[in-house]
Design a protein around this ligand. Sequence first.
Ligand code: 173
Length: 313
Amino acid sequence: MKKTVLVAALAAASMGAQAQETTLRLVSAFGETTTYVKHMTPWIQKVNAEGKGLVQINFIGGPKAIPTFEVGTSVRNGVVDMAMTTGAFYTNLMPEADFLKLTQITIAEQRKNGAFDYINKVWNQKANMVYLARMVDETPFHLYLTKKIDKPDLNGLKLRITPVYRDFFASMGASLIQTPPGEVYTALERGVVDGYGWPIQGIFDLNWHEKTKFRVDPGFYNAEVSIVMNQDSWKKLSDKQRAYLQKQALALEAMNGTWPKLNAEETKRQSEAGIQAIKFDNAFREKAYEVAWAAATKQSPEHAPQMRKLFSR
Ligand code: 173
């Protein structure tokens, strides 16, 4: 009799412990050796160290676990609980995903002016996702080339793209081929493409600098990489667990201050690697925004105009 009571008590205690601590499975749409995973890793360590008995994050891996362009669907369906990814990789769920590149204010400002809540409303409804934290900000995209151009005319060039660059590069006459980041090096090496779009940071991660001769300035848009979460997994958490994750989301965003410095260092590193800047005037960047907002408004007449107001300076 005594023994039965003890066993029951132990079982209850262990169930209690399980109910308190939840482990969330997270995948990355970017490779495990990249700048973005390096930026996220200390954060996961912090979440796990401070979240003992409450919330743990189990980093499953990069595109070898789930291919880059399938990560969004996996989060929506709850195959994983969380992902580090960018909107351009899950436009199959909703066109609005890619509009986050058009923010001209920081994520801290987006939390203040209502943009963050607006994003969450759309993400909840259309993708079954919670938009938890933006971990790349204040970072322009660029066009990188293996051949020189002397005006913003991309006729005759074949470029590697994602939805980020599609309409802008097409508007200058380029032919386009979409690939995940993991296939850029091979495409360059085989001469399948004459260039690619990518943010100012990260081209050394997968050795693209070996094949890159030119970078076009100015940069355009604002690279977005974020942590998103399955909405059902979010709802299953206790209030305390949700508050903890929100606190840690802010801690991750507080690390965004390092990007401008890192970007300046990367620009220097590119020039030291022999990559030459091709400089166009600011009309190049302005056209990038014009083309993208026109496309956005067509794709989402309901949300694009409001997002434009909330995202602009
Ligand atoms: O793969 C890409 O070029 C892309 O869309 C992207 C978006 C944000 C950060 C890095 C890459």
